[in-house]
Write a protein that binds this ligand. Structure first.
Ligand code: MCN
Length: 795
């Protein structure tokens, strides 16, 4: 099909179909253009000297041997570079006025505060020469005590940042109605308390970070290539940190091999390559090693949670109280302090809960800084409330599915204003849960479990479920402002119908695996009646797409995709005026179907959009006041977050003798409103579930007491491989969002948000008859054994 052969009926609608991703042929045949694939003649290679100590004073740095090493061009310490910074490393979330954001520069000067903290950089003619010279930089350290335990950190026995004078970064309260919460607990028939540890996780994208900065041949401009999720934000932050004009900085994110939140960041290496390329007027590039990725790319999670639930005699929850300690790591990165806040609104889950209080203390430690990791605050919140609901079910003596049914916000309550003040746009939790329970064969599983328990044995069946809400879209700028987040929630899109009828879309979203080129093409195809193949999507380059808020928080479709649809609507409005003029009809009488305008009551008259585009291009005969070309630019700031939801159910087998956990079946029913491409949706859910399951069963960035990362390579950090991933069966329901014209909600984090609590609920359920009530993540054989020992009263 070509652009000049418009589609003519509804049967050819593209959205809602499983169109193969346009992006994939290139990526699958090795044609992806990743940052390190760029051929950059004359580039200097940067390598970073990193602290081997978690906490140490730097007493001297001798660079002479490194400088004398073959191919080395320069070696810089933190002091050498101090004049290059107009500001410290960017941090965009001042959660409280008195929050401490201690000095943080790309290379530290006097003190190293985590293993991996940059203490010097080497520039050389080759990456090998740079790497070799790193070992020749002689740094004298005076070791200081490490601080890896959050509670110990709060005693301030060892203070990590002298300027702050304390390891407490901030305390943030979501103050609603403390008296109502106190009353709920005073009058409760049942109360339960959960203590949970959200272990540190390594985001582990396939492509580690990579940066290259190239000075323009003329003038002072620079192009910064980076494997980033946020070229637009990075551009602004680079200008601020380096004291440069934004006009002199172009940021390009070439193909990006996944980010999972870890590339929603402004990193020291990006600032270093840019500042040094600017200073030396030579290209400077850097590629992260896998071990550096473990140390110097942000970590995820790292929270200690305490949640209390109060309920009446029937198990209807009347109040929730949450206390969090959040591990910031050694410094605040771009949105480190805000991550727990993103979750704070979801600790009441999908339930109709009238009283809630939340307090969070951010704590500095001598470990790698934490920040956004898929779900960012929301998997943690879902975990706490969903584990809490299972504890409550046991306390009240009803089935976990039943306790949830008694508490769900019901379909007729939407739009629902939560106790936090946020409005949930739409939902149907009972229905999603029922679909999931039916798909899983819940009643049969319970019957099998009862039978097997009667028979005895050491291999135990556990059934877990979890219902979730995801606050995604990130979203109305005004709401973000009220949370002191200093970026907007809008997204921009430009749609141009070219003279031949082909369409060019410029999007401010920045895909790094999510398939936006396909999704945006499908939206345009249905709106303008063209083939998705005739839609070109430009993105991830601040020159071609100057305005954008980038990709994170499952925001791209509900904000950026909706912006594309709105821009199409504007193109159609303009085309309608031109077509009406050409056909000597009233614009009010025109109808557009399958890319062709017809005139109501005059069946002989019609004009394809492509013909209108050509008229708009020649501009020979346009109506008065109508500008040439079919182009529209939209910046869309949505009226609300979007609220996807769902229920996941899984069945596990736990071997009491070996501690092995096997996931026998995993069912996920997710509702992300109208689906643009169900195949992409399923891919997103699959990937998300694997990451949640990885937290539940495999992954943990373990530190020793001296602040050394014990799981810093893929040999020790257990990323699940394909054989570790259980069968997943996906179902869905469709509850359109009433707040955008496409009815869409995001889905990029849904799987992760639902999965960890589902799996751990199942593992605890498997061993509940043995007295196990809690399971530390990951549910490794060791942790399973420890839980059984504790239940038996052992130590
Ligand atoms: N989609 C759809 N219909 C819906 C919802 C989504 O067809 N109702 C499609 C969208 O059109 C888009 C994709 O699903 O092609 C994801 O859209 P969305 O939910 O808006 O999420 P984003 O594009 O904003 O992606 C961000 C999200 C996040 S926050 C993380 S973390 C994450 C994720 O996406 N990291 C990923 N998915 C990832 N996938 C890959 N391959 N790599 C990562 O690093």
């Amino acid at each position: 099909m070509t652009a000049t052969e418009p589609r003519t009926d509804e049967a050819t609608k593209v959205t809602g179909t499983r169109l193969l991703r346009k992006e994939d042929p290139a990526l699958l045949t090795g044609e992806g253009r990743y940052t390190d694939d760029l051929q950059i003649p004359g580039a200097l290679h940067m390598s970073v000297v990193r602290s081997p100590f978690a906490h140490a004073r730097i007493t001297s740095i001798d660079t002479a041997d490194a400088l004398a090493s073959p191919g080395v061009v320069a070696v810089y310490t933190g002091a050498d570079l101090a004049d290059l910074w107009a500001d410290q490393m960017p941090m965009a979330w001042q959660v409280t006025e008195d929050m401490h954001n201690p000095p943080h520069f790309p290379v530290t000067q006097d003190t190293a505060r985590y293993v991996g903290d940059a203490v010097a950089v080497v520039l050389a003619e080759s990456s090998v020469a740079a790497r070799d010279a790193v070992d020749l930089v002689d740094v004298d350290y005076d070791p200081l005590p490490a601080v890896v335990d959050l509670e110990a950190a709060l005693t301030d026995e060892v203070v990590i940042h002298e300027s702050a004078g304390t390891n407490k970064a901030y305390t943030w309260d979501l103050e609603i109605d403390e008296a109502a919460v106190a009353k709920a607990f005073d009058e409760a028939a049942h109360t339960v308390t959960g203590h949970f540890v959200q272990q540190r996780l390594l985001p582990m994208p396939m492509e580690p970070r990579a940066v290259a900065c190239v000075p323009e041949p003329f003038g002072g401009g620079l192009t910064l290539y980076s494997a980033t999720q946020i070229p637009h934000i990075l551009k602004v932050m680079t200008a601020v940190t380096l004291g440069m004009s934004e006009a002199d900085i172009r940021v390009v994110a070439p193909s990006v091999g996944g980010g999972f939140g870890s590339k929603l960041e402004v990193y020291a290496e990006e600032m270093l390559c840019t500042a040094l390329a600017h200073k030396l007027r030579r290209p400077v590039r850097w590629l992260e090693e896998r071990s550096e990725n473990a140390q110097a790319t942000i970590h995820g999670r790292g929270q200690i949670q305490e949640i209390d639930l109060a309920a009446d005699a029937d198990g209807k929850v009347t109040g929730v109280r949450v206390r969090l300690l959040a591990d910031m790591g050694a410094y605040l990165q771009l949105i480190t302090p805000g991550i727990p806040l993103l979750g704070s609104f979801l600790y009441c889950g999908v339930y109709d809960i009238p009283a809630f209080s939340f307090t969070c203390t951010g704590v500095f430690t001598t470990m790698t800084p934490t920040d956004a990791y898929r779900g960012a605050g929301r998997p943690e919140a879902t975990y706490a409330i969903e584990r809490g609901m299972d504890l409550l079910a046991r306390e009240v003596g009803v089935d976990p599915a039943e306790i949830r049914r008694r508490n769900y916000i019901t379909h007729d309550q939407f739009p629902y204003t939560a106790v936090t003040g946020l409005e949930y746009d739409s939902g149907n939790h009972e229905s999603a849960a029922q679909i999931a329970l039916d798909m899983a064969g819940y009643d049969d599983l319970r019957a099998e479990q009862a039978k097997r328990r009667e028979e005895g044995g050491t291999r135990h069946l556990g059934i877990g479920m979890s219902s979730y809400f995801e606050m995604c879209g990130l979203a109305p700028s005004r709401v973000l402002a009220s949370l002191n987040y200093s970026a907007g929630g809008w997204e921009s899109a430009t749609v141009r119908m070219m003279p031949t009828g082909k369409v060019q879309v410029v999007s401010g979203a920045t895909p790094h695996g999510q398939g936006h080129e396909t999704s945006w093409s499908m939206i345009v195809a249905d709106k303008l009646g063209v083939s998705p193949d005739d839609v070109e999507v430009l993105h991830s380059d601040t020159n071609t797409s100057p305005h954008g808020m980038d990709t994170y928080g499952s925001r791209s479709l509900p904000v950026g995709g909706v912006a594309v649809a709105l821009a199409c609507d504007q193109v159609i409005d303009k085309a309608k005026q031109i077509a009406a003029h050409q056909m000597e009809a009233s614009a009010d009488d025109l109808e557009l179907s399958g890319g062709v305008f017809t005139v109501r009551g005059s069946p002989d008259k019609e004009m394809p959009m492509a013909a209108v585009a050509f008229e708009a291009f020649t501009a020979h005969d346009l109506p008065d006041g109508v500008e040439p070309n079919l182009t529209a630019q939209v910046t869309y700031d949505p009226p609300n977050f979007s609220w996807p939801f769902g229920t996941h159910v899984c069945a596990v087998e736990v071997d009491e003798e070996t501690g092995a956990v096997e996931v026998r079946d995993y069912v996920a029913v997710d509702d992300c409103g109208t689906q643009i491409n169900p195949m992409i949706v399923e891919g997103q859910v699959h990937g998300g579930i694997v990451q949640g399951l990885a937290q539940a069963l495999f992954e943990e960035a373990v530190y020793d007491a001296d602040g050394n990362l014990q799981a810093g390579s893929l040999a020790e950090y257990l990323v699940p491989a394909a054989p570790d991933v259980p069968p997943m069966r996906l179902g869905h329901s469709v509850t359109p969002s009433p707040t955008n014209s496409l009815g869409v909600k995001g889905v990029g984090e849904a799987g992760t948000i639902g999965a960890a609590s589902t799996v751990i609920n199942a593992v605890v359920d498997a061993l509940s008859h043995k007295g196990v009530t809690e399971m530390r993540m990951p549910a490794s054989p060791l942790h399973v054994w420890e839980a059984l020992q504790a239940a038996r009263g052992g130590d």
